[in-house]
Design a protein around this ligand. Sequence first.
Ligand SMILES: Nc1ncnc2c1ncn2[C@@H]1O[C@H](COP(=O)(O)OP(=O)(O)OP(=O)(O)O)[C@@H](O)[C@H]1O
Length: 474
Amino acid sequence: MKGQSNGGRGVCSPERGGAQDKRTTHHNTTHHHNGKSNNNNGSCGGSASSETAHDSKKGGTSPASEAIPIVWPPKFAIGLTNKEKEEDFLAIKGAKLPQRPKKRAKFIQRTINLVSPGGWLCDLTLERYEVREKKITKKINNNGARELMYIRIIGVNNRRYAHIGDVIFAVIKGVVLNMSLERSEVVKAVIVRTCKELKRDNNMIIRYDDNAAVERSDVVLYEYCQEIESNLKNYNAVGVDNFAIESDRVSFSINNEKGKTIPIIKDCSLKIPSGQFWMLLGPNGCGKSTLLKILAGLLSPTDGFVHVRKPRSYVFQNPDHQVVMPTVEADVAFGLGQFNLTNDETKLRVAKALTAVDMYDYLQRPVQTLSGGQKQRVAIAGALVEECKVLLLDELTTFLDATDQVGVIKAVKNALSSSEDVTALWVTHRLEELEYADGAVYMEDGRVVMHGEVSNIMNSIEARKASYSDDINS
Ligand SMILES: Nc1ncnc2c1ncn2[C@@H]1O[C@H](COP(=O)(O)OP(=O)(O)OP(=O)(O)O)[C@@H](O)[C@H]1O
């Protein structure tokens, strides 16, 4: 979307305030729970220590040497249900599973109570088609004794299960999990990813129950998340591999003033490995910026799924919107206000970010004295200083001369090489910039038509060039 005004600085961290100017928003990712402290019923009972539960019930898969304390009962239990699962429940209980969501939830709660007494329950129901992520949670009071989080998730096909992990992650981040899983390997893989994220981010205890509800109604077989993690390589689902950015059949439409639906992005799938610098290119108006905004979380897809490692930052194309504080140092430091850092910590992080984009020498410079390319580099430093994992960069070189253009590209390359796992997706319609990329995605008319190695894409674009020579390299 060329020439679009973003009404603010232009570096946008959706995790820290969505599309709004970050100067008016706050960091809203919290890590304030952990399994132990949140468990109101933390005394050991029921299955006693999980080592015992694990060893005796699972038949000798010994946990890794690192001892993981198990909190019992878990605060949440999660049941995944769909048609197949309903039949499983039915077989177990010898009863018909109620169809109405509230009744069904209670039924499932009772069933899961057998295996996680006193826990809070999450019932994840895989529904077809209509329910989207944002509309998921509904709290139902259960006689004041405990609460049940009833969550409906869409599950049209295996690909869509990728969202389950995100939802679980969002809803119950910070609590202990106890899961009853689908038999589907894909669902399992998504849950595994969630477990991994929960453990990594919160040092949490994960209880993992594989088909327990299918096999037995009264005992859950537990495994440790290390075991799950060690099995990760066996799974291949969206969000499970080492991709920092993934979209799966993403579509986006708008309604014009006559109420007609206009498709902008059509069925776009892409995968960008962690730590790499990729470019997204294609003719003017093919949908690059729109897709980038979807990946940034600034637009919601009409259909399909997106997985982007977080925190992610979106940098807009117009350098005059990028940098607004009086000096370079103040500008880069601005976003750190939300982190409660000491002065020394702030200075250190600002220095590191500016060094990464080769702008440290400009620390005290008034921003109005910077060139367009230098402002872009300061804007990128503003994203890096918040330790973003993914940089989404929208045609940063549009308004730059050749020197600044290369300077900004090299700044991004350098930022990636000086950090372990920052990934960047760079939107451009300048073919010559491709030489700096690790990989590329090429779009035409709202679709991803090529995806992968730069040389292949380059050759292919050259072959197609006649059809849009005015757009590419213009
Ligand atoms: N909110 C909107 N209302 C109407 N049309 C839109 C809207 N957003 C995008 N479009 C249209 O969708 C198409 C894709 O726009 P987008 O800005 O994503 O393309 P682009 O590939 O980034 O183009 P450019 O290289 O010129 O910046 C364009 O035809 C644009 O006019």
